[in-house]
Design a protein around this ligand. Sequence first.
Ligand SMILES: Nc1ncnc2c1ncn2[C@@H]1O[C@H](COP(=O)(O)OP(=O)(O)OP(=O)(O)O)[C@@H](O)[C@H]1O
Ligand SMILES: [Mg+2]
Length: 563
Amino acid sequence: MKIYKINGPILKCHDDGSVKVKEMVEAGPGKLIGEVIDVSRSSATVQIYDNTDGLKIGQDVYGKGRPLSIRLGPGLIGSILSGLGIPLSTGPSPAAAPAVFNFSPAVTPEEKVFPGTVLGSVPEYGIKHCIMVPPGITGDLVKIQGGPAAPGDTVAEIRTVSGAIEKIGLFHDWPVRERRPFKERLGIAEPFFSGQRVLDFIFPLGRGGCAAVPGGFGAGKTIIQHSIAKWGNADIVIYIGCGERGNEIAQILEEFPELNDPRTERPLMERTIIIANTSNMPVTARESSIYTGITIAEYYRDMGYDVVILADSTSRWAEALREISSRLEEIPAEEGYPAYLASRLAEYYERAGNYLCLSGRKGTITAIGAVSPQGGDFSEPVTQQTKRYIKSFWVLDKDLASERHFPAVSWNQSYSEYIPDLEGWWLDNSKTDWAFLRQKIKDILQEADHLENIVKIVGFESLPDKQKLSILAGDLVKKGFLQQNSYDENDAYCVIEKQIAIARAITDFYDTASDKLKKSVSYYKISGLPAIEKIVKLKFMKFPSDEIENALSSIRGELIELA
Ligand SMILES: Nc1ncnc2c1ncn2[C@@H]1O[C@H](COP(=O)(O)OP(=O)(O)OP(=O)(O)O)[C@@H](O)[C@H]1O
Ligand SMILES: [Mg+2]
């Protein structure tokens, strides 16, 4: 086909019936990758995933005969990919993919194999990268070859039902907009821990669940996503820098190779894949980047891993969608976004979940997306449509951020619908009535917020002692529990045992002090206790340690002696 019109990344070509909708194409002498998005009687519309500067009318566009796909296989971990999954040559690559992988077979010839059957594995840092029978192939294994294997090599041969021989290598292509098949979708039954108290304890997310982090400019979206990428309890982290500033990606590239995963003590980059589509890269590749990311997530899920995928920010992604749609001269819906904004968001979030994979293994994809609405107005379409697909909503409040209450997660506007799914896990695994303790903390916050409004009118002194104590307890929750300093060595990440210990210290303090008030101990005797400062400092202590044990017992001691 020959190009007859160029509008940014959108090309119009004279079509001779050679291409299909969704087919991948190469355009011009630079073989720019694109996708056919529309065909009519004599013309085809093509979207190019690269910079089209220099492309000319009359140049050729060739159909590739297959949909827009990415290459899946070993070497993804530790790499930085473009929105199309192509390793970026620019930028410091923390881990160049080796050219040869050592393949260890897990099955023997003559076995019957199915889509998803694990044929063997190659080591990818600490991860066992499984080589599976690609979807769509069933038959008898006729040959399997262990040892060093390069990207083009065949490691196994399968005789399919038709008698044809399928050669299996370490790599296969998969269309990014198509979900990878699975056996069954399972319910959510385990928490996804981020190490952030306000999230894990108050507004939890389940493994395989979805969360959104809406927040205005500078509210802390990037820091919270980085914290989750660093400390979240996932085997694999996929981080999509989607239309944000280049320096935010640069920050990850600087930090991650130096930081160690607290569970494995290995560099974080050894379980991280970064997809970089900064604000100066083509909008079309930004649009596809989230699907590239979720396809890679499904690939590692199929091996039985727990994957977390973070996108910063889905608003920039939606803006890319809007820009492409306007170049296509489509009729805009709300605020200029195309009418299919909701369905495209669904095509992303609905691929998260807890799965029984074709291999028979269980794997999860947990998806977290930042939303950065203009002017912090959450009634805009991207936030509203996202809410349909997520169940944890972590609102970052600009007032809290300006008071330097970080993470600035609003306890009034945020919510989690995963509580009933996770209660059982907490009871079985932490031997704690977490739901009860959580509710108690929420009640303290609510009561304190209510009283603070009254204080604004009548002043603190005119409150009865019981209410003064409620305000004090609210303060303890905010300073000692909700606030978490991501730059502090001991506070950046908080294990759940420590979360429980701090939550208990605060609720026990409140209960005991309330009893003492009834026994005529004055409020000022309580508010003057050194225990209060000790509670606030618990979060900065190493856990477990003698220091925190001693602090906890001295807090209890002070309360008992109060008379
Ligand atoms: N948990 C935290 N601990 C300490 N400081 C924090 C924390 N979260 C955010 N901050 C502070 O807030 C600043 C802004 O955070 P961040 O860059 O994450 O905001 P953002 O919402 O991503 O902003 P933008 O809209 O510009 O992308 C940080 O540079 C840091 O000073
Ligand atoms: Mg940011």
